[in-house]
Ligand binder design. Structure first.
Ligand code: SF4
Length: 222
C-alpha cells in the first residue's frame, strides 16, 4: 500500500532529471537571499568558522567568532597562546577540546605547507587536521571553486523528500546530486535546500500547501 503510494507519487511528478531544472530555478526565486549564514572576513576566518560550526548552530558560532576574530587575526595567533586559552575562547561552540586541537593543527599546516593561506583543492583541504569532506566542501564552495555538494541534515532530508536520491549515506547522496545538479549550481544548491528546509520544508511539519515545489515533489501532502 505504502509502496504503491510512493510509486504513484513518483509517476505523478515525473523523472528527477526533468524536475531538477525547475526545482533549482524556483528555489532561487523563492530564496534569493540564500547564502552561508556564518560571518567571516577572510579565507582563514571562513575555515575556522566552518570548523567551529560542527554540532552547533551558525548563530552560536557567529556570537563566538565576533570576539575570537578580534584576538586571532593570523594563523600564527592560534599557536601563540596555550591550547587551554583557545579552548576557553571557543568553549561556547561545544566540543571545544577537539575543535581547539584541530584548529591549532590546521593552522600549523597552513603555515608549514601553504604560506599561511587556505588551499583551494578539496584533496588539500581534507588533509588539514579535523577537516572532513563536508567542511572542505563548504570552504571550497565559498572560495568560489565548488568541487562537490555539501550534504547536511537539511540537504539530506529535502533530497530524499524530493526524490533526488534513495540513499541515506551522505557520500552516496552527494554522488547522486553531483550527477543531477548542473555544476554551475553546486555551490548555491545546498544553501537553497538549507533555507527551504528551515523556512518551509521543516523536519517535523513541512508546509506543503505553501511550497513552490508542490507539483514537483513526490512527498507533497496538500
Ligand atoms: S512539497 Fe512538502 S515535502 Fe515537498 S519540498 Fe515542499 S514542503 Fe517539502
Amino acid at each position: 500500500m505504502a509502496r504503491s503510494f510512493v510509486d504513484e507519487a513518483r509517476r505523478r511528478v515525473g523523472p528527477k532529471k526533468a524536475r531538477i531544472g525547475p526545482i533549482v530555478e524556483r528555489l532561487k526565486a523563492e530564496h534569493a537571499d540564500a547564502q552561508i549564514a556564518l560571518r567571516f572576513r577572510s579565507d582563514v576566518e571562513l575555515l575556522v568558522s566552518v570548523m567551529l560550526s560542527a554540532q552547533t548552530t551558525d548563530a552560536n558560532v557567529n556570537r563566538v567568532t565576533e570576539r575570537l576574530f578580534e584576538k586571532y587575526r593570523r594563523p600564527e595567533d592560534y599557536l601563540a597562546v596555550p591550547q587551554e586559552e583557545l579552548e576557553r575562547d571557543i568553549y561556547a561552540t561545544g566540543f571545544f577540546r577537539q575543535k581547539a586541537k584541530a584548529i591549532r593543527g590546521t593552522m600549523a599546516m597552513l603555515i608549514e605547507d601553504y604560506d599561511g593561506r587556505v588551499p583551494r583543492r578539496l584533496e588539500e583541504l581534507v588533509r588539514l587536521p579535523g577537516v572532513a569532506r563536508k567542511t572542505a566542501n563548504v570552504v571550497a564552495a565559498e572560495l568560489g571553486d565548488a568541487q562537490g555538494i555539501v550534504v547536511d541534515t537539511h540537504v539530506r532530508r529535502l533530497s530524499q523528500r524530493l526524490g533526488l536520491t534513495r540513499h541515506d549515506d551522505p557520500v552516496k547522496i552527494e554522488r547522486d546530486l553531483q550527477r543531477l545538479v548542473p555544476r554551475a549550481d553546486w555551490a548555491i544548491f545546498p544553501h537553497l535546500l538549507i533555507w527551504h528546509g528551515r523556512r518551509v520544508c521543516l523536519a517535523r511539519a513541512p508546509s506543503c500547501p505553501d511550497c513552490v515545489l508542490l507539483d514537483l515533489c513526490p512527498s507533497a501532502r496538500p
